[in-house]
Design a protein around this ligand. Structure first.
Ligand SMILES: [Zn+2]
Length: 412
Protein backbone atom coordinates (compact mmCIF):
# COMPACT_ATOMS: atom_id res chain seq x y z
CA UNK A 1 0.00 0.00 0.00
CA UNK A 2 0.97 3.58 -0.21
CA UNK A 3 -0.20 6.63 1.61
CA UNK A 4 -2.37 5.81 4.56
CA UNK A 5 -4.24 3.10 2.76
CA UNK A 6 -4.28 -0.55 3.49
CA UNK A 7 -2.31 -3.04 1.54
CA UNK A 8 -3.93 -5.65 -0.62
CA UNK A 9 -2.81 -8.22 -3.11
CA UNK A 10 -2.36 -8.47 -6.82
CA UNK A 11 -5.44 -9.55 -8.62
CA UNK A 12 -6.28 -10.25 -12.18
CA UNK A 13 -9.11 -10.70 -14.56
CA UNK A 14 -10.17 -14.29 -14.63
CA UNK A 15 -12.23 -13.74 -17.70
CA UNK A 16 -10.41 -11.82 -20.39
CA UNK A 17 -11.83 -10.33 -23.56
CA UNK A 18 -11.24 -13.59 -25.38
CA UNK A 19 -13.48 -15.31 -22.89
CA UNK A 20 -10.67 -17.08 -21.10
CA UNK A 21 -11.92 -18.75 -18.00
CA UNK A 22 -8.52 -19.14 -16.40
CA UNK A 23 -5.45 -16.95 -16.39
CA UNK A 24 -4.21 -16.67 -19.94
CA UNK A 25 -1.02 -18.38 -20.98
CA UNK A 26 0.74 -18.70 -24.28
CA UNK A 27 -1.51 -20.62 -26.56
CA UNK A 28 -4.33 -22.85 -25.56
CA UNK A 29 -4.22 -26.28 -24.02
CA UNK A 30 -4.52 -29.13 -26.48
CA UNK A 31 -8.03 -30.51 -26.91
CA UNK A 32 -8.68 -33.20 -24.40
CA UNK A 33 -5.84 -32.05 -22.17
CA UNK A 34 -6.62 -31.12 -18.62
CA UNK A 35 -5.87 -27.50 -17.86
CA UNK A 36 -3.18 -27.15 -15.22
CA UNK A 37 -3.23 -24.36 -12.69
CA UNK A 38 -1.20 -21.64 -14.32
CA UNK A 39 1.69 -20.27 -12.30
CA UNK A 40 0.66 -16.87 -11.09
CA UNK A 41 1.45 -14.56 -8.25
CA UNK A 42 -1.56 -15.18 -6.09
CA UNK A 43 -1.71 -18.05 -3.68
CA UNK A 44 0.31 -20.47 -5.77
CA UNK A 45 4.00 -21.18 -5.95
CA UNK A 46 5.97 -18.73 -8.04
CA UNK A 47 8.44 -19.93 -10.63
CA UNK A 48 8.00 -23.70 -10.31
CA UNK A 49 10.81 -25.60 -12.01
CA UNK A 50 9.24 -29.01 -12.52
CA UNK A 51 7.82 -30.19 -15.81
CA UNK A 52 4.09 -30.83 -16.01
CA UNK A 53 2.91 -34.16 -14.71
CA UNK A 54 0.65 -36.47 -16.74
CA UNK A 55 -2.72 -34.79 -16.88
CA UNK A 56 -1.26 -31.33 -16.73
CA UNK A 57 -1.24 -29.24 -19.82
CA UNK A 58 1.11 -28.19 -22.51
CA UNK A 59 0.44 -24.67 -21.28
CA UNK A 60 2.36 -25.41 -18.11
CA UNK A 61 5.38 -26.60 -20.08
CA UNK A 62 5.34 -23.58 -22.38
CA UNK A 63 5.35 -21.33 -19.34
CA UNK A 64 8.22 -23.36 -17.89
CA UNK A 65 10.27 -22.94 -21.08
CA UNK A 66 9.53 -19.20 -21.23
CA UNK A 67 10.45 -18.72 -17.57
CA UNK A 68 13.70 -20.59 -18.07
CA UNK A 69 14.61 -18.50 -21.10
CA UNK A 70 13.58 -15.28 -19.34
CA UNK A 71 16.07 -15.88 -16.52
CA UNK A 72 18.83 -17.96 -18.06
CA UNK A 73 19.06 -17.38 -21.82
CA UNK A 74 20.84 -17.84 -24.12
CA UNK A 75 20.24 -21.58 -23.97
CA UNK A 76 20.23 -24.36 -26.52
CA UNK A 77 17.40 -26.85 -26.91
CA UNK A 78 19.58 -29.42 -25.12
CA UNK A 79 20.19 -26.95 -22.26
CA UNK A 80 16.44 -26.42 -21.96
CA UNK A 81 15.75 -30.16 -21.95
CA UNK A 82 18.25 -30.66 -19.12
CA UNK A 83 16.89 -27.79 -17.05
CA UNK A 84 13.21 -28.51 -17.49
CA UNK A 85 13.46 -32.33 -17.55
CA UNK A 86 11.32 -32.26 -20.68
CA UNK A 87 12.33 -34.48 -23.59
CA UNK A 88 14.30 -33.05 -26.52
CA UNK A 89 11.34 -33.81 -28.77
CA UNK A 90 8.96 -31.90 -26.48
CA UNK A 91 11.36 -28.96 -26.28
CA UNK A 92 11.73 -28.78 -30.07
CA UNK A 93 7.98 -28.90 -30.46
CA UNK A 94 7.34 -26.22 -27.84
CA UNK A 95 10.11 -23.98 -29.16
CA UNK A 96 8.71 -24.17 -32.70
CA UNK A 97 5.37 -22.99 -31.38
CA UNK A 98 6.89 -20.23 -29.25
CA UNK A 99 8.98 -18.95 -32.18
CA UNK A 100 5.85 -18.93 -34.32
CA UNK A 101 4.10 -16.93 -31.57
CA UNK A 102 6.94 -14.38 -31.57
CA UNK A 103 7.93 -15.13 -27.98
CA UNK A 104 11.23 -16.96 -28.59
CA UNK A 105 13.99 -16.16 -31.07
CA UNK A 106 16.99 -17.98 -32.52
CA UNK A 107 20.21 -16.23 -31.49
CA UNK A 108 22.65 -18.11 -33.73
CA UNK A 109 25.23 -20.80 -32.93
CA UNK A 110 27.08 -21.01 -29.63
CA UNK A 111 30.49 -19.46 -30.18
CA UNK A 112 32.68 -21.07 -27.54
CA UNK A 113 34.61 -24.04 -28.86
CA UNK A 114 33.09 -27.43 -28.23
CA UNK A 115 33.42 -30.70 -30.03
CA UNK A 116 30.93 -31.19 -32.84
CA UNK A 117 28.41 -28.90 -34.44
CA UNK A 118 27.79 -25.78 -32.33
CA UNK A 119 24.35 -25.72 -30.76
CA UNK A 120 21.84 -23.10 -31.85
CA UNK A 121 21.05 -20.73 -29.01
CA UNK A 122 17.62 -19.44 -28.10
CA UNK A 123 16.38 -16.43 -26.16
CA UNK A 124 13.16 -14.76 -25.15
CA UNK A 125 12.03 -12.52 -27.99
CA UNK A 126 11.31 -9.54 -25.77
CA UNK A 127 10.77 -7.01 -28.54
CA UNK A 128 7.92 -8.57 -30.52
CA UNK A 129 5.37 -8.05 -27.75
CA UNK A 130 4.63 -5.16 -25.43
CA UNK A 131 3.09 -4.69 -22.01
CA UNK A 132 1.34 -1.53 -20.88
CA UNK A 133 1.79 -0.70 -17.20
CA UNK A 134 0.23 2.03 -15.06
CA UNK A 135 1.31 3.08 -11.58
CA UNK A 136 -1.39 4.78 -9.51
CA UNK A 137 0.55 4.74 -6.24
CA UNK A 138 1.33 8.45 -6.56
CA UNK A 139 -2.21 9.72 -6.29
CA UNK A 140 -1.27 13.11 -7.75
CA UNK A 141 0.14 11.77 -11.01
CA UNK A 142 -0.54 8.49 -12.79
CA UNK A 143 2.59 7.18 -14.47
CA UNK A 144 2.34 4.84 -17.42
CA UNK A 145 4.72 3.09 -19.77
CA UNK A 146 4.88 0.73 -22.69
CA UNK A 147 7.52 -1.87 -21.95
CA UNK A 148 8.98 -4.86 -23.69
CA UNK A 149 8.93 -8.29 -22.07
CA UNK A 150 12.19 -7.51 -20.26
CA UNK A 151 10.60 -4.52 -18.57
CA UNK A 152 12.54 -2.04 -20.67
CA UNK A 153 10.45 1.07 -21.38
CA UNK A 154 9.61 1.85 -24.99
CA UNK A 155 7.44 4.87 -24.24
CA UNK A 156 6.29 6.75 -21.16
CA UNK A 157 3.36 8.98 -20.40
CA UNK A 158 1.92 10.55 -17.29
CA UNK A 159 -1.28 12.33 -16.45
CA UNK A 160 -2.30 14.54 -13.53
CA UNK A 161 -4.89 12.68 -11.53
CA UNK A 162 -4.85 14.52 -8.21
CA UNK A 163 -8.33 15.34 -6.97
CA UNK A 164 -10.09 13.11 -9.47
CA UNK A 165 -12.32 10.54 -7.81
CA UNK A 166 -14.84 7.89 -8.74
CA UNK A 167 -15.76 7.68 -12.41
CA UNK A 168 -13.61 10.72 -13.25
CA UNK A 169 -10.48 9.00 -11.94
CA UNK A 170 -11.45 5.81 -13.72
CA UNK A 171 -11.84 7.69 -17.01
CA UNK A 172 -8.40 9.26 -16.60
CA UNK A 173 -6.84 5.83 -16.06
CA UNK A 174 -8.71 4.37 -19.00
CA UNK A 175 -7.68 7.23 -21.31
CA UNK A 176 -4.05 6.93 -20.22
CA UNK A 177 -4.15 3.23 -21.04
CA UNK A 178 -5.63 3.95 -24.49
CA UNK A 179 -2.92 6.49 -25.24
CA UNK A 180 -0.20 4.07 -24.17
CA UNK A 181 -1.67 1.24 -26.25
CA UNK A 182 -1.62 3.55 -29.27
CA UNK A 183 2.03 4.39 -28.51
CA UNK A 184 2.86 0.69 -28.79
CA UNK A 185 2.00 1.13 -32.49
CA UNK A 186 2.31 -2.14 -34.36
CA UNK A 187 3.74 -4.12 -31.43
CA UNK A 188 1.01 -6.39 -30.04
CA UNK A 189 0.18 -5.56 -26.42
CA UNK A 190 -0.26 -8.76 -24.42
CA UNK A 191 -1.89 -7.04 -21.48
CA UNK A 192 -2.28 -4.07 -19.17
CA UNK A 193 -1.06 -4.14 -15.59
CA UNK A 194 -2.16 -1.57 -13.01
CA UNK A 195 -0.55 -0.96 -9.62
CA UNK A 196 -3.28 0.51 -7.47
CA UNK A 197 -3.28 1.76 -3.93
CA UNK A 198 -5.77 0.26 -1.53
CA UNK A 199 -7.23 -3.19 -1.04
CA UNK A 200 -7.30 -5.15 -4.29
CA UNK A 201 -8.86 -8.58 -4.57
CA UNK A 202 -7.60 -11.58 -6.48
CA UNK A 203 -9.86 -10.71 -9.40
CA UNK A 204 -8.60 -7.14 -9.72
CA UNK A 205 -11.47 -5.48 -7.90
CA UNK A 206 -10.43 -2.47 -5.86
CA UNK A 207 -12.33 -3.00 -2.62
CA UNK A 208 -11.39 0.47 -1.53
CA UNK A 209 -8.87 3.12 -2.48
CA UNK A 210 -9.39 6.15 -0.30
CA UNK A 211 -7.84 8.84 -2.48
CA UNK A 212 -9.85 7.83 -5.56
CA UNK A 213 -12.98 7.10 -3.50
CA UNK A 214 -13.22 3.72 -5.20
CA UNK A 215 -15.37 1.12 -3.45
CA UNK A 216 -15.92 -2.40 -4.81
CA UNK A 217 -14.73 -1.25 -8.23
CA UNK A 218 -14.06 -4.17 -10.63
CA UNK A 219 -11.19 -2.22 -12.19
CA UNK A 220 -9.57 -5.10 -14.10
CA UNK A 221 -12.90 -6.20 -15.57
CA UNK A 222 -13.88 -2.64 -16.49
CA UNK A 223 -10.56 -1.90 -18.20
CA UNK A 224 -10.58 -5.24 -20.06
CA UNK A 225 -14.03 -4.45 -21.49
CA UNK A 226 -13.03 -0.91 -22.35
CA UNK A 227 -9.64 -1.71 -23.91
CA UNK A 228 -10.18 -5.16 -25.39
CA UNK A 229 -6.98 -6.61 -23.95
CA UNK A 230 -6.33 -8.69 -20.82
CA UNK A 231 -6.08 -6.41 -17.79
CA UNK A 232 -4.68 -7.17 -14.36
CA UNK A 233 -4.72 -5.05 -11.23
CA UNK A 234 -2.74 -5.50 -8.03
CA UNK A 235 -1.96 -3.60 -4.89
CA UNK A 236 1.09 -1.43 -5.47
CA UNK A 237 3.10 -2.64 -2.47
CA UNK A 238 2.55 -6.27 -3.38
CA UNK A 239 3.51 -5.57 -6.98
CA UNK A 240 6.77 -3.97 -5.83
CA UNK A 241 7.57 -7.24 -4.06
CA UNK A 242 6.77 -9.10 -7.27
CA UNK A 243 9.04 -6.71 -9.19
CA UNK A 244 11.93 -7.38 -6.80
CA UNK A 245 11.48 -11.08 -7.47
CA UNK A 246 11.03 -10.97 -11.25
CA UNK A 247 13.31 -8.07 -12.16
CA UNK A 248 15.39 -7.39 -9.04
CA UNK A 249 16.90 -10.83 -8.49
CA UNK A 250 15.41 -11.20 -4.99
CA UNK A 251 14.61 -14.61 -3.54
CA UNK A 252 11.00 -15.50 -2.82
CA UNK A 253 11.98 -17.58 0.21
CA UNK A 254 11.32 -14.81 2.71
CA UNK A 255 11.14 -11.39 1.10
CA UNK A 256 9.46 -8.33 2.52
CA UNK A 257 9.50 -5.16 0.43
CA UNK A 258 8.71 -2.05 2.42
CA UNK A 259 7.69 1.00 0.44
CA UNK A 260 8.39 4.35 2.01
CA UNK A 261 6.14 7.02 0.59
CA UNK A 262 3.56 9.27 2.20
CA UNK A 263 2.86 6.23 4.34
CA UNK A 264 4.40 2.79 4.60
CA UNK A 265 3.33 -0.37 2.83
CA UNK A 266 4.72 -3.86 2.55
CA UNK A 267 4.49 -6.82 0.21
CA UNK A 268 5.63 -10.27 1.34
CA UNK A 269 6.77 -13.32 -0.63
CA UNK A 270 7.17 -16.38 1.58
CA UNK A 271 8.19 -19.86 0.46
CA UNK A 272 7.58 -18.82 -3.14
CA UNK A 273 4.07 -17.48 -2.56
CA UNK A 274 2.85 -13.90 -2.46
CA UNK A 275 0.97 -13.52 0.80
CA UNK A 276 -2.40 -11.87 0.36
CA UNK A 277 -4.47 -12.79 3.37
CA UNK A 278 -8.16 -13.50 3.73
CA UNK A 279 -9.13 -9.86 3.25
CA UNK A 280 -6.29 -9.15 0.79
CA UNK A 281 -4.67 -6.95 3.43
CA UNK A 282 -1.50 -8.92 4.21
CA UNK A 283 1.43 -6.54 4.55
CA UNK A 284 -0.62 -3.90 6.34
CA UNK A 285 2.03 -2.96 8.88
CA UNK A 286 2.16 0.84 8.70
CA UNK A 287 -0.25 1.29 11.57
CA UNK A 288 1.22 -1.27 13.92
CA UNK A 289 2.26 0.36 17.15
CA UNK A 290 6.00 1.06 17.23
CA UNK A 291 6.13 3.37 20.25
CA UNK A 292 4.06 3.82 23.37
CA UNK A 293 4.44 7.59 23.38
CA UNK A 294 4.86 8.45 19.73
CA UNK A 295 3.59 11.17 17.46
CA UNK A 296 -0.03 11.30 16.38
CA UNK A 297 -0.63 9.27 13.20
CA UNK A 298 -3.01 10.01 10.32
CA UNK A 299 -5.11 7.09 11.60
CA UNK A 300 -5.77 8.98 14.81
CA UNK A 301 -3.65 6.82 17.07
CA UNK A 302 -0.15 7.46 18.37
CA UNK A 303 3.24 5.92 17.63
CA UNK A 304 2.38 3.89 14.52
CA UNK A 305 5.31 2.63 12.44
CA UNK A 306 4.42 5.24 9.81
CA UNK A 307 5.18 8.01 12.28
CA UNK A 308 8.87 7.03 12.19
CA UNK A 309 9.19 5.33 8.79
CA UNK A 310 7.51 7.35 6.06
CA UNK A 311 8.48 10.12 3.68
CA UNK A 312 7.34 12.93 6.05
CA UNK A 313 9.05 11.30 9.03
CA UNK A 314 12.34 10.84 7.19
CA UNK A 315 12.17 14.36 5.76
CA UNK A 316 11.79 15.62 9.31
CA UNK A 317 14.92 13.68 10.30
CA UNK A 318 16.89 15.61 7.70
CA UNK A 319 20.66 15.31 8.03
CA UNK A 320 20.25 13.22 11.19
CA UNK A 321 19.66 10.27 8.87
CA UNK A 322 23.10 10.57 7.32
CA UNK A 323 25.27 9.10 10.07
CA UNK A 324 24.87 7.05 13.23
CA UNK A 325 23.52 9.09 16.15
CA UNK A 326 21.10 8.65 19.05
CA UNK A 327 18.16 10.07 17.08
CA UNK A 328 18.68 7.53 14.32
CA UNK A 329 19.10 4.74 16.87
CA UNK A 330 15.71 5.67 18.31
CA UNK A 331 14.13 5.33 14.86
CA UNK A 332 15.85 1.96 14.43
CA UNK A 333 14.54 0.78 17.80
CA UNK A 334 10.98 1.86 17.01
CA UNK A 335 11.11 0.20 13.58
CA UNK A 336 12.47 -3.00 15.12
CA UNK A 337 9.54 -3.19 17.56
CA UNK A 338 7.38 -3.94 14.51
CA UNK A 339 9.85 -5.52 12.11
CA UNK A 340 11.70 -7.92 14.42
CA UNK A 341 8.64 -10.07 15.27
CA UNK A 342 7.72 -10.22 11.58
CA UNK A 343 11.28 -11.16 10.58
CA UNK A 344 11.32 -13.84 13.25
CA UNK A 345 7.84 -15.23 12.68
CA UNK A 346 8.36 -15.50 8.92
CA UNK A 347 12.12 -16.21 8.96
CA UNK A 348 12.63 -13.39 6.47
CA UNK A 349 15.79 -13.50 4.39
CA UNK A 350 15.45 -10.17 2.58
CA UNK A 351 14.11 -6.90 3.91
CA UNK A 352 14.13 -4.52 0.97
CA UNK A 353 13.29 -0.84 1.26
CA UNK A 354 11.69 0.70 -1.79
CA UNK A 355 12.30 4.39 -1.44
CA UNK A 356 11.43 6.49 -4.50
CA UNK A 357 12.38 9.70 -2.68
CA UNK A 358 15.90 8.53 -1.80
CA UNK A 359 15.49 9.29 1.92
CA UNK A 360 16.54 5.91 3.30
CA UNK A 361 20.25 6.01 4.16
CA UNK A 362 22.69 3.21 4.88
CA UNK A 363 23.04 4.60 8.39
CA UNK A 364 19.28 4.16 8.89
CA UNK A 365 19.39 0.60 7.57
CA UNK A 366 22.29 -0.14 9.92
CA UNK A 367 20.32 1.25 12.87
CA UNK A 368 17.28 -0.86 11.96
CA UNK A 369 19.42 -3.96 11.36
CA UNK A 370 21.20 -3.65 14.69
CA UNK A 371 17.95 -3.12 16.56
CA UNK A 372 16.35 -6.14 14.89
CA UNK A 373 19.43 -8.30 15.61
CA UNK A 374 19.17 -7.40 19.29
CA UNK A 375 15.59 -8.68 19.39
CA UNK A 376 15.74 -11.97 17.47
CA UNK A 377 17.67 -15.23 17.66
CA UNK A 378 21.06 -15.16 15.91
CA UNK A 379 19.84 -17.75 13.40
CA UNK A 380 17.15 -15.29 12.26
CA UNK A 381 19.40 -12.24 12.04
CA UNK A 382 22.22 -14.20 10.37
CA UNK A 383 19.88 -15.05 7.49
CA UNK A 384 18.49 -11.55 7.13
CA UNK A 385 19.80 -9.05 4.58
CA UNK A 386 18.53 -5.48 4.77
CA UNK A 387 19.02 -3.31 1.71
CA UNK A 388 17.60 -0.61 -0.52
CA UNK A 389 15.81 -1.67 -3.71
CA UNK A 390 17.78 -1.34 -6.89
CA UNK A 391 14.57 -0.71 -8.84
CA UNK A 392 13.99 2.76 -7.36
CA UNK A 393 10.96 4.66 -8.54
CA UNK A 394 10.29 2.13 -11.31
CA UNK A 395 9.34 -0.67 -8.93
CA UNK A 396 5.56 -0.25 -9.11
CA UNK A 397 5.55 0.00 -12.92
CA UNK A 398 7.81 -3.04 -13.12
CA UNK A 399 5.54 -4.83 -10.67
CA UNK A 400 2.53 -4.16 -12.90
CA UNK A 401 4.62 -5.47 -15.80
CA UNK A 402 5.58 -8.56 -13.79
CA UNK A 403 1.91 -9.18 -13.02
CA UNK A 404 1.08 -9.26 -16.74
CA UNK A 405 4.11 -11.47 -17.47
CA UNK A 406 2.98 -13.86 -14.77
CA UNK A 407 -0.68 -14.00 -15.67
CA UNK A 408 -0.31 -14.00 -19.45
CA UNK A 409 2.90 -15.99 -19.98
CA UNK A 410 3.60 -17.73 -16.68
CA UNK A 411 6.87 -15.79 -16.31
CA UNK A 412 7.69 -14.80 -12.73
ZN1 LIG B 1 -1.55 4.92 12.31
Amino acid sequence: MSGSEASGAPGQTRSGPQGQTSPATPGAASPGTATAPTPGPVGVALRPTAKALPGQSRTHNKALVLRTLFHDSPLSRADLARRTKLTRVSISDLIAELIEAGLVEELGPRTESRIGKPAALLGLDAAKSAIVAIDLSNTETAHGAVLNLRGEPLAKRKVAIGGATGQQALTKVSNLAKQLISQAKSTPVIGLGVASPGIVTQTGTVEFATDFEWRHLPLAEHLAKCLGIPCHVGNDANLRALAEFTFGGASAAGLMVITIERGLGAGILLDGVLLQGRSFAAGEIGHLSAMVDGDRCVCGRYGCLETVLSKPALQALGTAAATANPQLDAVGQAAAVVLAPIASALNLTDLVFCDPSGLVTQALLDAIGQAIAARVLPTISADLTIRISTLGGKAALLGATALVLSEELGIT
